[in-house]
Ligand binder design. Structure first.
Ligand code: GUN
Length: 625
């Protein structure tokens, strides 16, 4: 699939099927072939792009089977867009063994023209023993291998119950399929075991092929959509819109209400101003079921629309943070998510500012990166000075007193930012100045943070203006750009020399670009990070050991990129695994000869998987020199 926008593991993408493209994230409503009461026009008016139905139910019912074989599944359920078919695994989990085998049900799905065909996987239950779950994972993989995957899109479910290593193993094996549902999660969703789900989704996602769509089987309640998408789920299916309608339950993003207990339908509902809840209660059952199903489906798609907008503006993480307060089970899922190392997939910076709520925010990925850097920054054993708020005045230019101390000593200068201390040179680097803070501070946190700093560097003391040396031994702005460089490129080396010329904005005093011999080396972006010119790329190529910060491409692509054109995924021959989305990279050949500089669209861990689309947005090619 193709990726257009991303925030961490969340993406807006496109997946192509024989009956059209699916823009993700999205939901496939479950269509019961026996009870198909929403027309394709009604479905499409709500935003439905694709649906899922069950091939086992079709095959088991003689009249449906015959019609599907004769006219195809699209005519059978009267939907002309992409249709996914499930295999009967879930029925076998609920009712026991079913009468068809894997190859038989897969062949049947092919014959009826399904766009996405599901193998008969083995459902792993949360209470399965490790050995049971392991056997199911291997049998599911065997079943994938026994079907012909060449001529169709085959869904290979990732199983493994709640055992992390089995999910990892299953994700790696099932990546041979072209579509990756995460299976065996319905009982967890139904019992609000969202923390377990977080573990399952992360283990499945980061160990599978990133170019393939990930589907959460049965994850149809909007309450958990934002979490799932943030962790890399692209597609959901939902039967809940009908199930709730049957129980007279009205769906909202945060939960459900009883039809008998609401005054009115919300403005976004297709029923708003057309029917009152009282009228619906009096209506006949068929009408009520249809209308409530429409409403419920709309609630589901509202949430998808919001999530897509959030990815686009880079506020999905924040949205999940907000959502985590909607239910205690979501809050524990949020905490569980923070225990995972998902930093390698997260962008270098986001378009939106970081919201600082309270000390919980220190678990945020961007702040963790700052803390990691602070740790290495003070590990040089040099004296380290702590500058408090009043002395620093965040957002104002650094005072001449502090500059004087800084330039006449070679100490480490840490400034107070919320409850923590960070290197002064990162004052303009995301998220330090791109932050909206509640101002709610936690002195206990500061105390333990300072103790942590002392455990790394024993010569920590408070700053005062009398601390200074006899002569100027360094310049603040030069050390600042080199510190930003070290933070951004994960290196101990300097890129800039004392003799380089720093151009500042007259209006704001902010650094604009850095020049050597009239040639621009780098420009400072709005997020306080550096964009390299091709000249800067050549300097970087000499400093940083191969293959760090490099994307290696084929010679044909290199020629093209040398002229300033973007790098496409399919020409990539290797890359540094630690590249962050949005960070600067050098485009080189396998020997390290430079073709271009640009910024990566995905992380190094994802880069080798995609085949379609742009991997590096090139700023300048070597031919420019
Ligand atoms: N529907 C809900 N869960 C599952 C699952 O694990 N496998 C299949 N094939 N369908 C499902």
């Amino acid at each position: 699939m193709q990726m257009f926008f991303k925030e961490g593991l969340a993406r807006i993408g496109k997946f192509t099927t024989p009956h059209g493209d699916i823009e993700t994230p999205t939901v496939m409503p479950v269509i019961n072939p026996n009870l198909n009461f929403l027309s394709k026009e009604e479905l499409k008016s709500i935003g439905v792009q694709a649906v899922i139905t069950n091939s086992y139910i079709i095959k088991r019912t003689a009249s449906l089977e015959q019609e599907a074989l004769k006219n195809g599944v699209h005519r059978l359920i009267n939907f002309d867009g992409p249709i996914m078919t499930d295999s009967g695994t879930f029925q076998s989990y609920v009712y026991g063994d079913i009468e068809y085998g894997n190859r038989e049900i897969v062949e049947f799905q092919k014959k009826i023209g399904s766009d996405i065909i599901t193998i008969l996987d083995i459902f792993t239950k949360p209470q399965d023993s490790y050995d049971q779950a392991k056997a199911a994972v291997y049998e599911t993989y065997r079943r994938l291998k026994e079907v012909n995957t060449e001529d169709s899109i085959i869904a290979g479910p990732i199983q493994g119950s709640i055992y992390p290593d089995l999910r990892v193993e299953s994700a790696k094996m099932m990546s041979e399929a072209s579509y990756l549902p995460i299976g065996g999660v319905v009982p967890l969703l139904e019992s609000y075991r969202y923390s377990d789900l977080v573990n399952i989704i992360i283990n499945s996602k980061v160990n599978s092929d990133f170019s393939k769509p990930v589907h959460l089987f049965g994850g149809g309640h909007p309450m958990f959509f934002a979490f799932s998408v943030l962790l890399g789920v692209d597609i959901f299916d939902s039967a809940s819109y009908i199930k709730y309608a049957k129980d007279n339950r009205v769906l909202y993003t945060e939960g459900t209400r009883n039809l008998k207990e609401i005054r009115d339908f919300p403005e976004w509902s297709p029923l708003f101003n057309k029917y009152s809840p009282a009228e619906l209660i009096k209506a006949d059952e068929k009408t009520r079921l249809k209308l409530l199903s429409m409403h419920n489906l709309k609630a589901i798609f509202n949430e998808i629309t919001e999530i897509k907008e959030r990815i686009y503006e880079n506020t999905l993480y924040q949205y999940v943070e907000e959502k985590s307060m909607a239910h205690p089970a979501l809050y524990s899922a949020y905490l569980e998510m923070l225990n995972h190392n998902i930093k390698p997939y997260w962008n270098l910076s986001l378009k939106s500012p970081l919201y600082f709520f309270n000390s919980m925010t220190y678990k945020n990925i961007f702040i963790r990166r700052l803390m990691d850097f602070t740790e290495s920054y003070i590990s040089n054993g040099k004296k380290t000075l702590l500058i408090n708020y009043k002395q620093w005045r965040h957002g104002f230019p650094v005072s001449s007193e502090i500059i004087n101390s800084y330039e006449t000593t070679d100490y480490n200068f840490l400034v107070q930012w919320n409850d923590i201390f960070i290197p002064i040179e990162l004052e303009n680097t995301y998220p330090v100045s791109q932050m909206v803070s509640s101002g709610i501070l936690d002195h206990g946190y500061t105390e333990s943070y300072v103790n942590w700093l002392k455990s790394i560097n024993s010569s920590i003391q408070s700053y005062n203006s009398s601390i200074c040396g006899d002569s100027r031994i360094r310049r603040y702005t030069h050390t600042k750009i080199n510190t930003v460089f070290k933070f951004q490129f994960h290196t101990e080396k300097d890129l800039f020399k004392e003799s380089d010329f720093i151009v500042k904005s007259r209006a704001t005093g902010h650094i604009r670009n850095i020049k050597r011999d009239d040639k621009i080396i780098a420009t400072m972006r709005n997020d306080g990070f550096l964009t390299l010119s091709i000249y800067g790329g050549l300097l970087l190529n000499n400093i940083i050991p191969f293959p760090h910060s490099r994307v290696m491409v084929s010679p044909d692509s290199g020629e093209f990129n040398s002229q300033g054109y973007n790098v496409f995924f399919k020409f990539i021959e290797g890359c540094d695994n630690d590249i962050l989305p949005g960070n600067e990279v050098m485009v080189t050949d396998l020997q390290g000869n430079l073709f271009a500089v640009g910024h990566a669209t995905v992380s190094g861990k994802e880069m080798k998987y995609y085949r379609d689309g742009i991997a590096v947005k090139v700023h300048e090619g070597i031919n420019k020199l």
